[in-house]
Every structure is written in C-alpha cells, then in structure tokens.
Write a protein that binds this ligand. Structure first.
Ligand SMILES: Cc1ncc(COP(=O)(O)O)c(C=O)c1O
Length: 308
C-alpha cells in the first residue's frame, strides 16, 4: 500500500488541530484517543451500519437535508432504527461542531450501526443495545495537487453489482466491494479504480461518482449501479439550469478514453479532474477544460448559497 503522503481522492492538508479533536460517541464527546466502540459492535463485526460524509462551509453543513434523507432512507431499507429524530441528529452534529470550535473546511463522517451484539454472530436480533452513533469531524482542506495534477484511474475487474446483491445506493459501513476495487487500482499504479457495471458500461469509481465531457456534452452513468451521490445530483441539476447538455446514459471505455474532459464528484473534493484512465491521457489539460471549470464555479456558487 502506498503511504498517505501520496495523493488519493481524499487527501487533505495536514492539520495539527486534528490530533486533539473531540468525537461524538453515543451522546458523549471523547478525545479521539479515547473514542472507542465495542468489539461486539455490529459495524465493527459485520459492516452492518450506514454513514454520511458531509462538508462544513461557513458554519453550515452543505446540503444537509439531502444527506439526512439518504441516511434515513438507507437505514429504513435495512430496518436500522437510528433511534434519533432528525432534529436530535442535527443537535448532535451541532454539539460536536461547537465542542471542536469548527467553522469552515471541515469534513464529517456521521456513522450509525446496528449497535452492540450479545454474541459474535450475524443475526440482527443479536444487536440489542440500540444503535451506535459516532460523529467524527476533522479539519479538512483537499490538497491542491488534486486540482493541479488530477487523478489517475485504472479500470478494475471488480464491478458494481445489481441492486439485488448489495445495492450500490447503500452508503454502508461494509465497503469491501469498493476497497477491493481500490486495491486493484493501486496495484495497477493508479490512484482510484474505475468500475464498470455488470454490462461493461462505465459506471463509477470506488469512492466517487464519475463524469466525462465530450464535445461540450456532460455524460455520466445511468445511476442504476452507483452511489446516489449528492454532489452527482447537484452537478446534473446545475448543468440543466445553466443550459449545459447533460446525459445519464450508458457509455463504454472507448468513449471515456476519448473524452475531452473527465472528473469525479464527491462531498470531500467537490469536483476532481481525471488526468488519465488506463494510461490514456484525458484531453489536453489534465482532465480539466472549460466545462469542468464552469461546473466547479457553479457548484461553488451553489454551496455558498446553501450555506449563506
Ligand atoms: C462509493 C461512493 N461513490 C460516491 C460517493 C459520493 O457521494 P456524495 O457526493 O454524496 O459525497 C461516495 C460518498 O460517500 C461513495 O462512498
């Protein structure tokens, strides 16, 4: 494995303040060194839990309702009772934010698992403590090289499956499918894995959603096999509102290799240019171009409006 000093899609600038952050664990705030969950926790033992990644701008969580909608929807689908109302969850976020005196350039991982089990086996009925809720907030500024250098993708054998295996729309603690893809990409010398769908169409990456630009048109996958990314949806809506042609459609690697621009979307990095796919250079500006720049500007404006 390459060290964290190398660029990944989630590389942030070192911030010494993160050494002493307070973490929310089931209602209590603990120094990061003391923030612990049980080895019997359903999340640790089975990956049985859901999470959201959110970003704080100007003291406000961008697109908070979208994130909470996704979290409550996926928990409902797996019969995981969060045990807290939306207002209570927002209050827990605020308590953690205030305790850490955080205002801007902060990333949060909000995690909910099925809680502590009475015996080390899979059946959900063994999880009887009620859910475990953990909130990690870190000072987080994506490194500049993500924008200046762009990301290298490698197409990997691991695919995103059909919804009746493990629906890609679950932001579950179990990310093994994505982790395997990431390992395969790393072993191929790339930063992140480009994953196909079960039919061989270009789908998504192991941690972000994926877009290409061809002759002024923005293309992304149909959305059937990838995370219903909040940033993905915002980019599509921004394109529509700004008159940029945007299509959720099937396309192949031939069309991805031949793209004029390509980029990833995700809460952490907003939009990150893709400089290379399987050794093929994308466009002439490391994946960037006029459409990428316009979308980034529009997205920044939307975040400013949402967090004003
Ligand atoms: C597999 C995967 N794809 C894409 C995303 C990006 O989603 P969002 O834009 O909501 O951050 C995430 C983020 O959690 C993810 O885990």
């Amino acid at each position: 494995m390459s060290p964290e000093t190398e660029t990944t899609t989630h590389s942030a600038e070192d911030d010494p303040r993160n050494a002493d952050i307070l973490i929310y664990v089931d209602g209590a705030l603990k120094h990061r060194d003391d923030a612990k969950v049980s080895v019997y926790d359903s999340g640790f033992m089975l990956g049985d839990g859901m999470w959201e990644g959110m970003r704080l701008y100007n003291g406000k969580w961008a697109f908070l309702d979208d994130h909470l909608d996704r979290l409550y929807e996926s928990c409902k689908a797996v019969a995981l009772d969060i045990g807290m109302t939306r207002d209570q969850l927002v209050a827990a976020l605020e308590m953690t934010r205030e305790a850490n005196a955080m205002h801007h350039d902060v990333h949060c991982r909000l995690m909910v698992t099925r809680g502590v089990k009475v015996r080390p086996f899979q059946h959900p009925s063994l999880s009887r403590s009620g859910p475990t809720v953990v909130i990690i907030m870190e000072h987080s500024k994506p490194v500049d090289t993500l924008q200046s250098r762009g990301i290298r993708l490698a197409t990997v054998p691991q695919v995103r499956g059909l919804p009746m295996s493990q629906d890609a729309k679950y932001n579950s603690h179990s990310k093994l499918n994505c982790v395997i893809a990431c390992i395969q990409a790393e072993q191929a010398g790339a930063d992140e894995g480009l994953m196909l769908d079960p039919h061989g169409f270009v789908n998504t990456t192991n941690a972000c959603n994926f877009f290409i630009v061809r002759r002024g048109e923005v293309w992304t996958s149909t959305g059937d096999y990838c995370m219903n990314g909040v940033t993905r949806r915002k980019v599509i809506e921004l394109c529509r509102a700004d008159g940029i042609p945007v299509f959720e459609r099937n396309y192949s690697l031939v069309e991805a290799y031949g793209a004029d621009e390509a980029f990833l979307t995700g809460t952490f990095g907003a939009q990150t240019p893709v400089a290379e796919i399987d050794g093929r250079t994308i466009g002439t500006e490391g994946g960037r171009g006029p459409v990428f720049r316009r979308i980034r500007e529009l997205y920044k404006g939307l975040v400013d409006k949402d967090t004003a």
